[in-house]
Design a protein around this ligand. Sequence first.
Ligand code: NI
Ligand code: MN
Length: 229
Amino acid sequence: MRLTWLGHSAVHIDAAGKSILIDPFFTGNPKYPAGWEDRLSKLDAIVVTHGHEDHLGDTVRLAKKYGATLVAQWEICMTCAAEGVEKVQPMNTGGCISHEGVRFCMVPAWHSSSVMREGKAQTMGDPAGFVITLDGISVYHAGDTALFSDMALIQRLHKPKVGFLPVGDRFTMGPEAAAIACNEFLALELVVPIHWGTFDLLHGDPHEFARKVTRGRVHIATPGEPFTV
Ligand code: NI
Ligand code: MN
């Protein structure tokens, strides 16, 4: 499995012949590796954790360009379908689906979820994290979330080996809380801090997170540089 962090919460998974993007915030993301999309020859699915623009990002444009299936909360799928996305797999918290050989499980996240339309925040249902399983490896993308002890249930049910956890603070867990998630509730072999350093507002330091994690290996990824698991 080849994983690429694309800055902020955007992640690309390439495994078992499948190409999947999570939270594809490209336009307006200062940490997005310019030109990366030019090398993307196919895209099977786009997973969106919640409606905020720094996560929904380029979803509608990319889904149309590649004919990708959108996997997300019901409200997000219906909104994007109304904007021309043809293939959607709506879900809700606690559910799993298997779609074309990939298993998607929607798990809780403590956050909010809305999109701005005509100057108004429109609610997009509950925010989520996802566990995505393919090629025998489960990857947990926590979305934007606070720390919660039920992450232990996510580990028990879905057995993720790799995790992408927000550490930027202010809108999500900071380094200390994210380290507690790893040390006490999850059992990840590899954890990648995300949602840090994109904007000045996000002051959480991934190196502080790395120092505090005692269970699992921390990989502070560089946007656009793939790593394998
Ligand atoms: Ni958010
Ligand atoms: Mn966010």
